[in-house]
Design a protein around this ligand. Structure first.
Ligand code: ATP
Ligand code: MG
Length: 191
């Protein structure tokens, strides 16, 4: 399987669809948000640094993030392609990912972009706050994360288009529909 980069705003469903794709095709999965939350939970030095940024809705600095990503990637034993969930989030991260994979004789594969209207995003995140109690899922921090997404991450969408690997899927109110469109495209690109 080609590697897959899942791209979209906070609450767009990156984690949810990653799990579905992972299960269906037996791929590896790296969620940088999950990696950081585990570091915080374990009280590591990295966790302490990350917590301040996350609680403020800001991105962790690129140099640190790129390092974490490479280490996580190299520790994966999956051999059937990897899903990158929440990385890259800046153009610098994207350039670094491309280079890191090239050094290992691998490729980015395909990018899956999830487009969801902001009203739906907000209600999903507020719902998740009730279910999972994530510290950054409160309205004030969510607004900051949206702003950071628009200013630092969204411009990357065109970068992927220039790389020729962007595949965009727009939320039309049904998870099953979204999933079947995504599966169809993945299978088209992995004949
Ligand atoms: P969702 O999981 O609903 O898609 P999200 O994209 O905001 O929402 P995560 O991907 O879990 O959530 O990220 C949570 C936080 O972790 C981010 O707001 C950011 O502070 C930090 N983070 C995660 N990935 C990166 C990254 N690639 N670069 C910088 N910071 C990151
Ligand atoms: Mg997530």
């Amino acid at each position: 399987m080609k590697n897959i980069i899942i791209f979209g705003a906070p609450g767009s469903g990156k984690g949810t669809y990653s799990e579905e794709i992972k299960t269906k095709y037996g791929m590896g999965h790296i969620s940088t948000g999950d990696v950081l939350r585990a570091e915080i939970h374990n009280g590591t030095e990295l966790g302490l640094i990350a917590k301040d940024y996350i609680d403020n809705g800001q991105l962790i600095p690129d140099s640190l993030m790129i390092d974490i990503l490479a280490k996580t990637y190299d520790s994966l034993t999956a051999t059937n392609g990897v899903i990158f969930d929440g990385f890259p989030r800046t153009i610098a991260q994207a350039e670094a990912l491309k280079e890191m994979l090239k050094e290992r004789g691998h490729e980015m594969g395909m990018m899956i972009e999830l487009i969801v209207d902001e009203e739906t995003l907000l209600s999903r995140l507020l719902n998740r706050a009730k279910e999972q109690g994530r510290a950054d899922d409160n309205e004030e921090t969510i607004k900051k994360r949206f702003a950071v997404y628009h200013s630092q991450t969204e411009p990357l969408s065109d970068w992927f288009e220039k790389e020729g690997i962007r595949n965009t899927f727009t939320w039309k109110g049904s998870k099953d529909l979204m999933l079947s469109e995504i599966f169809e495209e993945i299978e088209k690109q992995n004949p």
